[in-house]
Design a protein around this ligand. Structure first.
Ligand code: PLP
Length: 223
């Protein structure tokens, strides 16, 4: 397999195969398709990648509209959730990874009841002080666990973490390991952790969903 100077191997097929070969089959790869076209998503689905992560509601919905014929696509919302977008997210995504505070939880619950949906959700957590990151601290999780443990009709399946970009790989591994420990303490099933430049470390520490964008799609200049 050849790699370009940017560290990317040569084709979408090879990049996908490279990641799939490097992780256990139990880890799900989310192709983070933000800033990429519906046609590119269609191409991925033709080669067997059906799970996609999007972080902007409008962008995702316009692509979903162009892909309605692909009924088995599995859409994950991974971006910041604005409360006025909750309904669209509940209706159009199977899994919501980025539920970052209690009022969003309540709003998701209310709207899921109204829409008769039972979305899988992950709570976004913040295990290091990073002013740019939202999310529950482990203290907040434990303090509110009596609420969070029974969120019907939401299916709380796990925790999601975005580690600080400035953290060393060693520090990131430590944060991934801490996230894994928390799901064990809370008796949850899934961790969503690892991106293009740290999915290997996340998988070693027990990630269930790696969210990989640029190293699958190539380096895209954001719109
Ligand atoms: C963009 C994004 C990713 C993917 O990032 P890459 O570094 O391009 O792999 C993963 N998770 C979230 C929440 C994102 O917004």
């Amino acid at each position: 397999m050849s790699f370009s100077s940017s560290g990317l191997c040569d084709s979408i097929e090879n990049r996908l195969r490279y990641i799939k070969n490097a992780i256990p089959p139990t880890v799900k790869v989310l192709a983070v398709s933000k800033n990429n076209s519906a046609e590119t998503i269609r191409y991925f689905s033709n080669i067997g990648q059906i799970s996609f992560g999007e972080n902007r509601v409008q962008e995702a919905l316009s692509k979903q509209e162009l892909l309605v014929d692909l009924i088995n696509l599995d859409w994950h919302f991974i971006g910041r959730i604005q409360s006025n977008k909750v309904r669209k997210i509940v209706i159009n995504f199977n899994t919501i990874h980025s539920v970052s505070n209690l009022s969003l939880v309540t709003e998701l619950q209310r709207i899921s009841i109204e829409e008769q949906r039972e979305p899988d959700i992950l709570l976004q957590i913040k295990l290091s002080s990073d002013p740019n990151k939202v999310g529950f601290t482990s203290k907040e999780l434990l303090k509110n666990w009596h609420i969070l443990a029974s969120l019907k009709p939401l299916n709380l399946i796990g925790l999601m973490i975005i580690v600080p970009l400035v953290a060393s790989l060693k520090k990131r591994r430590k944060l991934f390991a801490d996230c894994r420990k928390l799901i064990q303490i809370l008796d949850l099933q899934k961790t969503s952790m690892g991106m293009s430049n740290d999915w290997r470390e996340a998988v070693v520490e027990g990630s269930n969903y790696v969210r990989v964008g640029s190293s699958l799609f190539g380096n895209i200049i954001p719109k």
